[in-house]
Design a binder for this molecule. Sequence first.
Ligand code: SF4
Length: 347
Amino acid sequence: MEFSNILLSWYQTHKRDLPWRNTSNPYYIWVSEIILQQTRVQQGLAYYLRFIERFPSIELLAESKLDEVLKLWEGLGYYSRARNMHKAAQQIVHQYKGKFPNTYSSLLKLNGVGDYTASAIASFAFNESVPVIDGNVYRVIGRYLGISYDINSVKGKTKYKEAASELMDSKNAAQYNQAIMEFGALQCVPKNPNCDVCPLNGSCYSAIKQTVEEFPVKRNKVKITQRFFYFFVVSCEETFVLHQRKANDIWNNLYQFPLIEVSKKESIENIVDQFTRNRDVDAFELLGVSKEVKHVLSHQHIFARFIRIELNEIPGLKANEVSVSRAKMKEYSLPRIITRYLEQNDI
Ligand code: SF4
């Protein structure tokens, strides 16, 4: 039996029953694919169900306020995904009269849709014969064929795309692509796959040569930046200050406590001094300082501390700041680091 037949037969027995697998509606498939990028299925499932319940059609998503979309996305991270979806929904409604583009090349024109998402929608919803290559597929193909090219290099990506196109069942693109992704997620897993029970073990390069841990080849390690955040949880009675992030940076459009970011750790005394001078604050009460919290993002490690300050009056608000009661704070879209602080601290 050839590669694709084996995968399809394995898929029939092992596939998980997930709501986006029982539909060919491109809108639902798109939502699921965007949510599942960088997110595990179990976590993504709850978000998907909430999202589809609130925005059952692309028109409703296009009409909504971005803040509401970001609020639903809260905790998922990579917020640019939500902003791009919101923009692309408006693009589909206004430029395409609500008709979802139905080919790989037309899908690529949508805001925030790249090769992976376009391939997934084109094949899952319209059965177009284009291979979908995510991390799971890189692993399966890299190991199966013993591809020695780095998956992060341009040449490597081309080689993988060629290999994936040759291996796929072009008449059955929707099922085949889902099968190979699921196979990578459940059978050919990153660490210690059980090759003894794998239906591909008779023809798999890595199983035969016992080189499973060597594939897929990844040479370019992602460079991690360290950032140091000091959040000021400033209150006057029950009113707090939130700042909406606007720079082209992480958490764009989300709200946080006013922040001082520095390039290396600083003493709390220096940071508080900087904050009170910037804001012309004469009298304040320092209510507490949190321990350092490490927040890990894909390319950044953030080391944050929260400094709790009570004032006699809320200082003059700066650009993009709002004063908000404690009770109303949860209505704003907040990055996970802020919601976690609120959950763990009685402020
Ligand atoms: S034999 Fe092992 S390495 Fe090869 S495809 Fe199966 S699980 Fe992956």
